[in-house]
Design a protein around this ligand. Structure first.
Ligand code: DUC
Ligand code: ZN
Ligand code: ZN
Length: 474
C-alpha cells in the first residue's frame, strides 16, 4: 500500500510560481507527495489534465456578524462556508467585531460560539477594534495577537465602528509592537455625513445616491491619511476594498516613497459600476449598495491594471450578506428606506474565484499564477497562514480546486448562500469549480455539496509573513 488516502491524477497544478503536470498524493488531510506515476491510493480522482489550484483563501468576508436590530446577516458560519466551498474557497477569515463598550475578549468569545461546529471549511478571525480603551490597547489586543489573532480592521467611517486619528495611531502602535497586520477601511466619515445630509435635504434618498455620498475623493483623502498615520508609527498597513483610481494613486505614491502599504480589492470593483445602484429612483439598486461604492468602467480598468502590476496584494470578496426582500436586510423593517439606512454590503463569497478565473485567466487578462497569488497565496501570507494554506506543496493542507471550464449563465438559484440575489445574475461565466477538496475531503463535486458541519477548524494565525521580521536580539 502506498499510504495515500487519495491520489489526484494527471493534474495541471498551478501555484503562484509554477504550472506543472503531476499526480497529487494526499494522506491525513495533507499533501504528502507530488510526482508523476504515483502509486495507487485508497481513492483515486482523475483530473485528466484539468487545472488544479490551491483552495481559495477569502481574507475579507462577513459571516454572522452581530448587527443592530432589525438587521441581521443572511449567512452564518454554516451557510457562508457552504457557499464558500462550492465556489472553491477553503479558508475564510471573517471578523470578530468589538462593539463600543464591549471587551475585545468578549467579542472573540462570542464569535467562537457562533462558529463552533458549524463551519464546512477552515476559518481564522480578524478582529475589529472599535473601542481602543487602555485595557484593550495594553492587555487584550496584545494578548489576542499572541494567541493567533494577528490581524485587525480599523474603520475610518461608520458611526458605530469608526476611530479618530489619535485612536488609529494608538492601535497602529500596537500592531507595530506585536507584529499584527492592520487593515484599514478608508473613507472620510465627516465628508460622507455632510454629503448625505445635503442629499437628504434635496429629497435625493434613492439607493443610487449612496454613490453620490461617497465619491472617490472621500476614499482618496482617507487613504492618504491612513498612509500618513502608518508612516508616523512606522508600521505597514493594508488598505481594504480599494475601489478605483484616486485611492490607487495614493497607494502608488506611498510605495514610491518606500512605504509598506498593501492593498486589497474585490469583485464589485471589476464587475459592477455605480449604474448598478440604479439609473432612476427605483429601489432595486439597494442590492448593490456597498462601501466604497462601485465606480465606472474606466476605474474598473485601473483595478485590472493594479491587479496585474502588483499594486494589489489580495483579492477578497467582502461578502456582506443581506437579503434584498427582507425586513432584516436591504428593506429594514420592511420599508424602502433612504440610502443612509440600507445595510452596506453585497454577497460574493461563492462567485469571487469563478468571476476572476473566467474574466481574468480565461479571458486572457491575468496569468494563472497571478490568479493563485491574489486569491490564495498572498492572503495566506498576509494573515499568517502560509504555507499550510495558499499553496500546493508537500506538507500543505490538501485544500484544492479542480476547475471545470465551460460556459454558462450564472443565476442565484445555482448558489449556496442564504441571500435571495446575486449582483452577478445573468453574467456569462467560463468556469466553475468541478471539485473542491478541504483537508483532503470532497466538499463540492461540481454538482453536489457534501456537508459535514464542524469539518472546518479554527486556525490560529502566525505573524503575517509579509511583515518585516525584527532584527535578531531585539
Ligand atoms: N462595506 C464594508 O465596509 N463592510 C461590509 C460591506 C461593505 O459594503
Ligand atoms: Zn470595510
Ligand atoms: Zn467588509
Amino acid at each position: 500500500m502506498s499510504g495515500f488516502d487519495l491520489v489526484i491524477r494527471r493534474a495541471r497544478v498551478a501555484t503562484a510560481a509554477d504550472v506543472f503536470d503531476a499526480d497529487i498524493g494526499i494522506a491525513g488531510g495533507r499533501i504528502v507527495q507530488l510526482g508523476q506515476g504515483l502509486p495507487a491510493g485508497a481513492r483515486e480522482i482523475d483530473a485528466a489534465g484539468r487545472t488544479v489550484t490551491p483552495g481559495g483563501v477569502d481574507a475579507h468576508c462577513h459571516l454572522d456578524q452581530p448587527m443592530a436590530p432589525p438587521l441581521r446577516m443572511a449567512d452564518d458560519f454554516e451557510s457562508g462556508t457552504r457557499s464558500a466551498a462550492c465556489g472553491g474557497t477553503t479558508t475564510v477569515i471573517p471578523f470578530a467585531a468589538q462593539e463600543k463598550g464591549q471587551s475585545l475578549l468578549a467579542a472573540v468569545a462570542d464569535y467562537h460560539h457562533r462558529a463552533e461546529g458549524r463551519a464546512h471549511v477552515d476559518y481564522a478571525f480578524h478582529l475589529i477594534v472599535s473601542d481602543p480603551t487602555p485595557q484593550v490597547l495594553q492587555h487584550e489586543l496584545p494578548d489576542l495577537i499572541n494567541r493567533g489573532y494577528t490581524s485587525f480592521k480599523i474603520y475610518m467611517t461608520y458611526d458605530d465602528l469608526k476611530l479618530d486619528d489619535g485612536q488609529i495611531l494608538d492601535v497602529l502602535a500596537v500592531a507595530r509592537e506585536h507584529r499584527a497586520m492592520a487593515m484599514i477601511h478608508a473613507e472620510n466619515a465627516d465628508c460622507i455625513e455632510w454629503l448625505t445630509k445635503r442629499l437628504e435635504a434635496a429629497g435625493r434618498t434613492a439607493p443610487r445616491f449612496h454613490a453620490h455620498a461617497r465619491p472617490m475623493l472621500v476614499e482618496r483623502e482617507a487613504t492618504h491619511r491612513a498612509i500618513a498615520l502608518g508612516e508616523l508609527v512606522d508600521v505597514p498597513i493594508l488598505i481594504v476594498h480599494v475601489s478605483g483610481r484616486e485611492a490607487v494613486e495614493q497607494i502608488r505614491w506611498a510605495r514610491a516613497q518606500g512605504l509598506k502599504v498593501f492593498a486589497e480589492t474585490c469583485p464589485q470593483y471589476l464587475f459592477l459600476t455605480a449604474a448598478d445602484l440604479g439609473l432612476d429612483d427605483s429601489y432595486h439598486g439597494a442590492r448593490c449598495v456597498c462601501s466604497p461604492p462601485p465606480r465606472d468602467r474606466a476605474n474598473q480598468d485601473v483595478i485590472w491594471a493594479g491587479l496585474n502590476d502588483g499594486l494589489f496584494t489580495v483579492f477578497s470578496s467582502d461578502h456582506a450578506p443581506f437579503r434584498y426582500d427582507a425586513p432584516e436586510g436591504k428593506k429594514p423593517g420592511g420599508e424602502e428606506v433612504s440610502f443612509r439606512h440600507i445595510p452596506n454590503g453585497i454577497p460574493g463569497i461563492e462567485t469571487r474565484l469563478p468571476l476572476l478565473y473566467s474574466e481574468g485567466v480565461l479571458a486572457g487578462r491575468m496569468t494563472l499564477n497571478r490568479f493563485v497569488e491574489l486569491t490564495s497565496t498572498n492572503p495566506a501570507k498576509a494573515y499568517g497562514l502560509h504555507p499550510r494554506k495558499g499553496t500546493i506543496a508537500i506538507g500543505a493542507d490538501a485544500d484544492l480546486v479542480v476547475w471545470d471550464e465551460r460556459e454558462f449563465v450564472l443565476t442565484n438559484a445555482m448558489l449556496h448562500h442564504a441571500v435571495d440575489y446575486t449582483p452577478y445574475e445573468g453574467q456569462t461565466l467560463r468556469a466553475w469549480p468541478g471539485l473542491t477538496l478541504a483537508g483532503g475531503e470532497v466538499v463540492w463535486d461540481g454538482r453536489h455539496f457534501h456537508p459535514r458541519a464542524g469539518r472546518g477548524r479554527f486556525l490560529r494565525c502566525d505573524p503575517p509573513s509579509l511583515l518585516p521580521v525584527p532584527p535578531k536580539g531585539v
